[in-house]
Design a protein around this ligand. Sequence first.
Ligand code: 3PY
Ligand code: MG
Length: 257
Amino acid sequence: MTDAFSLARRLRAGETVFSAWCTAASPLVAETVARAGYEAAILDSQHGLWDMASLIAGIGAVHHAGSTPGVRVPLNDYATVSRALDCGAEAIIAPMINTAGDARAFAAAAKYPPLGERSWGPLRAMPLQGRTVSTDYLREANDGTLTLAMIETRTALGNVDAIAATPGIDALFIGPYDLSTALSGGTAQDIDAPAVDEAIDRIGDAARKAGKIPGIYCRDPERALAMAKRGFRFLTVGSDLGLVRDGAAAQVKALKA
Ligand code: 3PY
Ligand code: MG
């Protein structure tokens, strides 16, 4: 069992955390990846295949693996923000947060008053996080759970300081693939392009300046380590299906050698 709210505590204390990224809508696969030693696992329901039923099972499976479950919600899906928190997610990643208004709507769904307007009902979160007294959860949840606003468009880049400054937004999380698509005018997916690289530093600086956690999606451990050296502190690494694909390809290559 993982300590309740430990991911938020560690990140707020200035630590760096590497997280798994799970797309396959399989609680068992997410649990297996988490058990390898990842401190957190994000279940992606924007581009990944998770629906609400599998998310509920997946959040529990990651928690029982001794890791912290997080969810990336679909685009503009603020209902799933509070639902995933109610089901025990301790971090919510919201895609395409482009304006301070988007950031306020995200924070409103995720944080209880006075920060926001999250609706009460943490049915699964309280038992998973070992809380039996509702006011204990109410007191701890705003600090204990994390909102990560994705910066991945030109508009978001222009508004990054206002998004970072929004009360109730805990972290900026870079989507390098959408960012590279946007900055190339839809002609490239080059996350190493100079314009993308400059934007990555600009977003990291904006997060730090506002006292927020800088985070980024990374395709592999090498890039995650390089981004950690550049000051990013919440780093997701590859994906569950990538691990399966690479493992299978390595086996087939060995068999044919
Ligand atoms: C992006 O790179 O755009 C992402 O959203 C990563 O998942
Ligand atoms: Mg994206």
